[in-house]
Write a protein that binds this ligand. Structure first.
Ligand code: PLP
Length: 216
């Protein structure tokens, strides 16, 4: 599918949900995609991208940023504290803040660097042991902890279990955002972004539907 088709499907979903056009930001997830495909999407005017790994993004985005104005890159994958400094220098937004140790590291580096990417707190809505994210019952406390550190938390993010209907997870995430007064809700991928828009997503993360299948 083309970028334009995905954009129009997002707009249609916004209209159906009675939301303003442009209420939802489309993050084009470029992880493990050939540079030529990413360049095509940049050439079509898209500027907001998502990556899963610090290392991969470091090898790709400095050159694209030098070539195209207004690029915004979001980190979607887990962040180790020893990569936090590099991540803060590379990314405009980090979606995977999920533990006190990382929050403290980001706060310390923010003081040192004088800047900090905008942050989403990842919630493990499916309570999957192998998955990153704070448990739903710990979300409010952790959000408060991040706010006490004066971190620029703008929202919450989830990746629902692959084998479950996402609607319950989307509803739970939207509820956690609302009760904590957070505007940002990062949810919805290639297979379910329209449903996520219907349930209040402000950021959808779409990879394969835009770029095609990834290299494994
Ligand atoms: C890879 C990835 C996506 C995009 O997945 P698609 O199914 O290709 O749209 C979205 N969010 C996260 C966190 C990802 O890792």
């Amino acid at each position: 599918m083309s970028l334009q088709e995905i954009i129009s499907r997002v707009h249609k979903a916004e209209a159906t949900a009675g939301r303003a056009e442009g209420a939802v930001q489309l993050i084009a997830v470029s992880k493990r995609q050939p540079d030529a495909r990413v360049a095509e999407v940049l050439a079509q005017g898209h500027r907001v991208f998502g990556e899963n790994q610090v290392q991969e993004a470091a090898g790709k985005w400095p050159a694209f940023r030098a070539q195209y104005d207004g690029v915004e890159v979001h980190l979607l994958g887990p962040l180790q504290t020893n990569k936090a400094r590099q991540a803060m220098e590379l990314f405009d937004v980090i979606h995977s803040l999920d533990r006190p140790k990382l929050a403290k590291t980001l706060a310390r580096l923010r003081d040192e660097l004088g800047q900090c990417p905008k942050l989403f707190i990842q919630i493990n809505t499916g309570e999957e042991p192998q998955k990153a994210g704070v448990l739903p019952q710990d979300a409010d406390t952790f959000i408060a902890e991040c706010r006490a550190l004066e971190l620029p938390v703008i929202g919450v993010m989830c990746i629902p279990p692959v084998d479950e209907e996402p609607a319950l997870h989307f509803a739970l995430l939207a509820k956690i955002a609302a009760r904590n007064g957070l505007d940002g809700v990062s949810m919805g991928m290639s297979g379910d972004f329209e449903r996520a828009v219907a349930q209040g997503a402000t950021h959808v993360r779409v990879g394969s539907a835009i770029f095609g299948e990834r290299a494994s």
